[in-house]
Design a protein around this ligand. Structure first.
Ligand code: HSE
Length: 444
């Protein structure tokens, strides 16, 4: 059989870090992509308002176009790649492209987390597809794993390190013993954190990704606003160090697990055992661990950010859209959040886990008994207690850190106990509470 080539014309909107990398991939790797896919992928337009970056990358000026409407009116263009980011202009671009009947590929996790179902519905109405592999985990094909490779499973839990900036900062704090502020500065100097890092360090970027991942994993529609989110910006070295002494590593985790007939989503820093497979995911790397009822534990690892890794995911979506593969999944599967029921999204109140607690207390007789009494009254059993030496840099005579590891306890009870302990006169600072996340139990 002779080799038949299908010509596919593509427009990239937004030539930033990822847009530029996708443009390079499509131009420089054209023959590799042709060999592997049989497709003749033609980058026809790069749409932006400023082409300095595109010029610096050596991309041909013949591709530069400022007028999106002209691009959308070109019948040859079948795929529009939105890489502008944000939730305002990007939304208009995607809507216009879908209304023009173009397939859309995007990496925009914030927009999808806020308005994914609406956009998917509009794509369907216009007989187009919307694909978003690059929205979570950069170059890791986790979206495909969920809608394709794992489709035979009832997913019971999903745990992810999905923010490279946070993972880099936490790794530096853990390995170098530096403060959060120093680690953030280092990350910014290394180009791994934005000048305004709020979206990353507050945990919101992780929550955006969790909304998307959980929707596909559980086949339900989740609400971003209902996810309790804690970031890494209040973590202290002292706790990372004490946790380390106890065999734990701190990670910012996106977690989704079944609870009381619903699904509990949360984003927060947690201690995991040094033996946990997610513990060795360091620096800017990401990993997502998924537990299926048939597969048991699976894990997906790779670079979660950066132009080149993310371009790999974008190009995979372009190829799937061009081959019609994505259309088949998009039209038939019942896991896309515009087609699935609203999730019963339960709060973590009823979660049962172990906790690391640190109290700064006056170093006097009977302090431990007072704290233990409140914990006991709230049904929280103590597994171990460590009274640490007063760290020299704290230099507050007669205030000592007491670290308590609890047995498995109900989160609601712990919160109640902490509220009471906070008011004790012997407790001098706000208590620190970090969850200890045990490996999900497999029932194979
Ligand atoms: N700011 C994100 C991160 C970029 O650090 O992971 C990729 O979504």
């Amino acid at each position: 059989m002779g080799k038949q080539r299908t010509n596919v014309s593509i427009a990239i909107v937004g030539c930033g870090t990822v847009g530029g990398a996708v443009a390079l991939r499509l131009t420089q790797d054209q023959s590799l992509l042709q060999e592997r896919t049989g497709l003749d992928l033609q980058l026809k337009y790069i749409v932006d308002m400023d082409f300095r970056r595109a010029e610096a990358l050596g991309l041909p000026p013949s591709l530069f176009e400022k007028n999106l409407d002209r691009v959308l009116a070109d019948p040859e263009v079948s795929i529009v790649v939105e890489l502008v980011g944000g939730t305002t202009v990007a939304k208009d671009i995607i809507l216009k492209a879908l209304h023009a009947g173009k397939h859309v590929v995007t990496a925009n996790k914030a927009l999808l987390a806020h308005t994914g179902p609406e956009l998917l519905k509009i794509a369907r109405k216009n007989r187009a597809t919307l694909s978003f592999e690059a929205s979570c985990g950069g170059g890791i094909p986790i979206i495909r794993a969920l809608y394709d490779g794992l489709i035979a499973n009832r997913i019971d839990a999903l745990y992810g390190i999905v923010n490279g900036t946070c993972n880099y900062i936490l790794t530096q704090m853990t390995q170098e013993g530096i403060s959060y502020k120093e680690a953030l500065k280092e990350a910014q100097q290394a180009g791994l954190a934005e000048a305004d890092p709020t979206l990353d360090v507050s945990g919101m970027d992780t929550a955006h990704k969790l909304t998307i991942l959980a929707s596909l994993a559980f086949g339900q529609r989740f609400t971003l606003e209902a996810i309790p989110v804690e970031g890494i910006d209040t973590l202290q070295n002292l706790d990372i160090q004490y946790g380390n002494e106890l065999g734990y590593i701190v990670k910012l985790l996106a977690v989704a697990s079944r609870l009381n007939g619903g699904v509990c989503l949360r984003v927060r820093p947690a201690f995991i055992s040094r033996q946990h497979p997610l513990a060795w995911v360091s620096g800017p790397f990401n990993a997502i661990s998924v537990y299926g009822h048939a597969t048991g534990h699976t894990m997906y690892y790779g670079r979660g950010a950066g132009g080149s890794p993310t371009s790999s995911a974008v190009v995979a979506d372009i190829v799937s859209a061009a081959l019609g593969i994505h259309r088949a999944f998009f039209q038939t599967l019942r896991i896309w959040p515009d087609r699935t029921p609203k999730a019963k999204q339960v709060s973590p109140d009823e979660l049962v886990s172990r906790f690391y607690l640190r109290f700064m207390v006056t170093d006097t007789v009977g302090v431990l008994a007072k704290i233990a009494s409140v914990l006991g009254k709230n049904n929280i059993s103590i597994a171990s207690v460590l009274q640490k030496e007063i760290p020299e840099d704290l230099a507050k005579p007669s205030i000592a850190p007491v670290v308590i590891i609890t047995h498995k306890s109900r989160e609601k009870n712990l919160r109640k106990a902490l509220e009471k302990i906070r008011t004790l006169d012997v407790v001098r600072e706000d208590p620190v509470c970090i969850h200890i996340l045990d490996e999900h139990e497999e029932n194979l």
